[in-house]
Each structure stands twice: as structure tokens, then as C-alpha cells.
Design a protein around this ligand. Sequence first.
Ligand SMILES: *Cc1c(COP(=O)(O)O)cnc(C)c1O
Length: 387
Amino acid sequence: MLKKPIYLDNNATTAMDPRVFEVMKPYFLEHYGNAASTTHVYGWDAKEAVDEAREKIAGLINASPKEIIFTSGATESVNLALKGVFEKNRSKGNHIISCVTEHKAVLDTCKHLENLGAEITYLPVNSEGLIDLSSLEQAIRKSTILIAIMFANNETGVIQPVAEISTIARKHNVVFFCDGTQAIGKIPVDIQKEGIDLMAFSSHKMYGPKGSGALFIRRKPATVQLTAQMDGGGHESGFRSGTLNVPGIVGMGEACAISSKEMPVNISQIKYLRDKLEKALLKLPGSFLNGNKDHRLPNVSNIAFDKVDGHGMMLALSKHIAVSSGSACSSVTQEPSFVLKAMGLSDELARSSFRFSLGRFTTLEEIDFAIEKISRVLLQCRESSKH
Ligand SMILES: *Cc1c(COP(=O)(O)O)cnc(C)c1O
């Protein structure tokens, strides 16, 4: 069998940690009860497992277990937060502030709400991918009901000034929603310190199973008001009806517990490898880093290679390395990345940019291999375009 390319696309999804899989297994085969069944041991077992997972997940972000609502993933959590706040606050206002470099889950939900009468301000970013705080404050109106800014960007890893954003939101009494999907499990996130009111995140970006996610809904000093988007049996305090995905939730709980425990080690190991890769690639002629170097996730490096056909380079690379390019990761079409374009890159440079995202299972051998392959492929692509 052919050797598979090495995996440097951990921001798209992570491999499941085998320890997570082991913990999930009995909840498919033995403890298959419905967590809402109160009349027998099958239901009690499932409920107990869900409660334990909820505690572990809350623990990772310093929330209380009651503040965690289970969903099918970050996309659903984003939809619940944005649509739920909009629907609940129709009488208060219709204005939402977001940002041009948000994930499609946020941008497409905003578009949906615009069709329903919402007014959205999309804040721009500077060349390093950061929003301007005074522009944020100036954008707030009487009718502003929500600020939706992500924690860390999926393409560049750039981390927004979350605590400063929440300070502004609180000063003006506006709810602050944060898409934490790329940050949770990778860097410490404390919803108290950061002052976040609503936060979406997902299990499959942190070594847990796909199809399992959560929305943090602040309860103290007051519960954030939002309308449920899924009606049914009133599960999850009425915020999200539907039989709970017990194995998925158990897996997400274990993934969070492992992240809590191993985060310092993971960060230093992953950052060491990322920096090694980045340093080598930035030595290649015509290459530069996309995004702020310091306010950034430790596992991502988004690099532009000037004067090379991005598509050709992607094709040549994909035999050896699984990565995302600035033309493929945003959509099925070959549109250049809107995130990189918002930072001022030309279509051509966005297309010849690559996102390398490392993970817990990335090895030194893989990074050495990647450096050698990328260097060689870049040289070959530039050579061939000369003829
Ligand atoms: C992956 C991702 C999502 C979507 O998460 P799913 O669980 O796959 O729905 C949302 N926001 C960001 C920033 C992401 O990286």
C-alpha cells in the first residue's frame, strides 16, 4: 500500500486520541441508554456519564457545568447563539457586530439574519489579521444586541484581543459571542477572565469525535437570553432538544480532560515543531508569514510563497503532505481565501499561501520530512514555470 501523506491539517480536524475512543466504546455497546430515561439503570448510567462529561468540559474553560449545552458541533452552536440572540431580542434591536475574517459558520448565519432584517457591521482587519478596538467601540449603536468575534482564526491562528473586546461589550451592555473552536484545547481559555457570554466549540478539533460540540451560555450574574433553535423534548434546559449523543459527549469530555492535563506539554512540543518548520520555510526565497507572529496559536503557520503557481504547488505537495491552501480551504470552488484577502493579500498570493497546522501526534521526523519536501517542491514549481 502507498504511504499516506503526513497530516499537517489539524485545524480542519484532528485524529481522535485513542484514549478518547476507548472511553467512548462502552457507550455504544453496553451503556446504550437514553440519558433522558429516568425509570431504569440504562438511563441512569447514560445520565451519569453525560454529567461527568459536562463537568470535564466546563472545567477546561472555567465554566459551571450548567452553562454547557451539548450540540452536534460548532456550526450548530454558532447558529443557536446568533439566531437565538437575534430572535430573543427583536424588541431591543437588530444590530450585530462581527468581523470579515470569521468562519463561514458565523458569516453565513449573519447573512441569513440579514435576510430576516438584521443589520450587520463587519469589522475589517489589519494586515496582521487583527481587528481595531476603537473601530469596534465606534460601531456600537443603541440597537446593537450582539458582538460576534472569534477567539483564534482557523486559517492564520491569529488570536483576537478577546478580553479587551469583552470589556467594551460589557461597558455598552452588549452580549459577546465568541467562536472558540480553534482555541479550546490548544491554549488556555478561561471564560471568566476573558469575559465571554456565549462560546461555541467542537470536539473534533481537539482529538474528540466528530458530530459533538457545545455552546457555553453564561448564567452568572444573569442567564444570557436566547431562543432555542431546535424544539422537541426540552432537553438541555430547553436550549437544545433532541436525544443526547451520549458516546459523542463522553468522548468530548475525555478529550477536554486530556487537554486540561496535557496542555502545557502539548503546547511546548507543538510550538517547538511549528517554529522549526516555520523558520526553515521562511528562509526560502520569496516566502513570508501571514498573520501576527505573536498573537497566534502555537500549532499553525500560514505561509505565502511568492512567484509560484499555488495550484501546481498544492498538487505536487499533496502526494507528501496533507495541508490546506489559500485557495481550497474556504470553499469547494477555487476562490482565493477571503481571510487572506481581507488582510491585504492579492488573489495570487492568497492562492500560493499554505496553512500548516500541527497537532499532538505530529513528530519531529514528519517535520523534517515536510521541510525537505516543501523546499524541493517550491524549487521545482518555480523552475518549471520558467520554461
Ligand atoms: C471548524 C470550525 C467551525 C465548525 O465546527 P464544526 O464542529 O465542524 O461544525 C466553526 N468555527 C471555526 C473557527 C472552526 O475552525
